[in-house]
Ligand binder design. Sequence first.
Ligand SMILES: [Zn+2]
Length: 192
Amino acid sequence: MYSQDFLIEYAQKKSSEIEEFWAKEFQSDDRYAPVKKIIFESQLDESLGGMSELFKLFFRSLVSFSSYDYEFNQICIREGLFERVENEYGLIFIEYTLAHEWAHHIQFLLQKEVNFLELDLLETRKIELQADCISGFYFNQNSLGKEEVLQIKRTLENLGGDDEHGSSQERMKAFEKGLQFSHLNECFKEEQ
Ligand SMILES: [Zn+2]
């Protein structure tokens, strides 16, 4: 059991590492821009140099504990996320959760033709599985230990899945694909 301060510090450190990783991955590609900021649920109201009312409503209705705001390029974290994730799935899944939200940011930067605010269920699932693939790519390139990779796979396998994110099996498979890819583009191919 880690203290809340420790978990927040850990998440901040991982966020900088993820940001650094993607900035480097895109160093000769000017499409990259950093995630604007990470905000916590309790700051939703005051922190908004602009989050739409619609997004606030959407965010509050979410079952999930974190979310990427496609409109304002921010990652939103619900209160208690880190404690809950650490408790149920272990510390490494905090990094996974952040990597997954960053993957949505990458999707946004690379797929300007997609209207992320108006996806139907089928498109949403495709985007979510693609984000798991991109997360796998991140973890592979970051050469994570075997035990940690196994832990992420086990967690994805046991998450239960839902209509938006796909089944546990699908999520695990998407992550595994990303782990094997040596180029990010492979996560964006149609058969993904
Ligand atoms: Zn997602």
